[in-house]
Design a protein. Structure first.
Length: 354
């Protein structure tokens, strides 16, 4: 039961108890003023009997306030003190254990939200560390090659003009690759700012699905790949989206399936359906897939499953992170799973307009 319901009921109960106690006192007092013969007595309110009733009433009132004090201490004050103490100890470098609470009221919600906030802080810290490591890794490889070629040109004086030209072209190629990496990192930062200001418009879920399906069915067939799709949307199911951004999500997901599927007879499966108040879009493939231990990390910034293949595939580890950013801004969620067809599956949701 929520505190906003529990506290008014508690105060109402206490009020009724106090009212009954006071009413009982006055009933007993009035009865004591009349004799059994029916004539009024000039009794004194401070007589021993009345004093005992007042003393009992005071004791019961004090007991009620003691119970109230204990209730507020253990149900409100102590949990908040525990939370304040935990807030003082929040430190990215310290190990942590989640705050546990079995309560289903606002205090329980507060503990759950604190755990989620703390997890986001640690995740942001991990992403920063991964970002520095990724940038260092991605820039180090071409920079090492450039350094090697420059040293080779400066030390070997007997190179032919053709060999010298080849080395210069390699240096230019590596330099351009470094520029592209830096532009990719900068573009992601710009996208974060752009996503916050995008306009959203209503669109039929089935129309978006069919447009995407027919577009990528043609595109995949150009690579001799197959796309199988099915959808169960109704014509009255509307989603409020920025179509360009959602198309970017689909583009990233299909591009990843082609790039990392590593299968000559790649088969991609696209599914769409509605459940409760959300529309679901699911992309699966029959490629090599992703190890189970890496599924939860796929949407982290700069994360790549195989660093050794990252350069060959021209991946920056920002594609799925961008997808997550866009989907969450639309009010949905995205996650990865092991596809029934043997490869990787990605499912994301978009809220239906009510």
């Amino acid at each position: 039961m929520k505190l906003k319901t529990k506290l008014p009921l508690l105060f109402l109960l206490i009020f009724l108890l106090m009212f009954l106690l006071i009413a009982a006192f006055f009933v007993l007092y009035i009865k004591s003023l009349f004799s059994d013969e029916g004539h009024a007595l000039l009794g004194n309110i401070f007589s021993p009997v009345h004093f005992q009733m007042l003393l009992l009433l005071s004791f019961l009132m004090g007991l009620i306030f003691v119970v109230l004090t204990i209730f507020f201490h253990f149900n409100i004050t102590k949990p908040i003190e525990t939370l304040n103490s935990r807030l003082k100890k929040v430190n990215i470098g310290n190990s942590r254990t989640p705050l546990h609470s079995r309560r289903k009221d606002e205090i329980g919600d507060l503990y759950n939200h604190f755990n989620e906030m703390e997890e986001r802080l640690y995740q942001a810290h991990r992403e920063q560390v991964d970002m520095i490591a990724a940038i260092a890794h991605d820039l180090k490889t071409p920079l090492t090659s450039i350094t090697g070629f420059v040293e080779l040109l400066s030390m070997q004086k007997n190179l032919t003009k053709m060999e010298t030209q080849d080395y210069y072209e390699l240096i230019m190629k590596k330099s351009r690759h470094m520029v592209e990496l830096i532009e990719t990192f900068s573009m992601y930062t710009k996208n974060e700012a752009i996503v916050e200001t995008i306009d959203m418009r209503p669109m039929e879920a089935h129309r978006l699905f069919e447009n995407i399906a027919t577009e990528y069915e043609t595109e995949l067939s150009g690579f001799n790949f197959r796309l199988t799709w099915k959808q169960r949307f109704n014509s009255n199911q509307i989603i409020c989206i920025n179509e360009n951004m959602i198309r970017r999500v689909f583009g990233n997901l299909f591009s990843n399936a082609v790039r990392y599927g590593n299968k000559k007879d790649l088969h991609v499966y696209l599914t769409g359906y509605a459940q409760d108040s959300y529309s679901y879009f699911q992309i699966e493939d029959n490629g090599v897939g992703v190890p189970s231990k890496d599924l939860s990390s796929l949407f982290l910034k700069f994360f790549t499953v195989d660093k050794s293949r990252q350069m060959d595939n021209q991946g920056s580890g920002l594609g799925l992170s961008s997808c997550k950013l866009i989907i969450e801004h639309h009010g949905g969620q995205i996650h990865a799973f092991q596809a029934n067809h043997g490869g990787l599956g990605i499912r994301f949701t978009l809220p239906l307009k009510i």
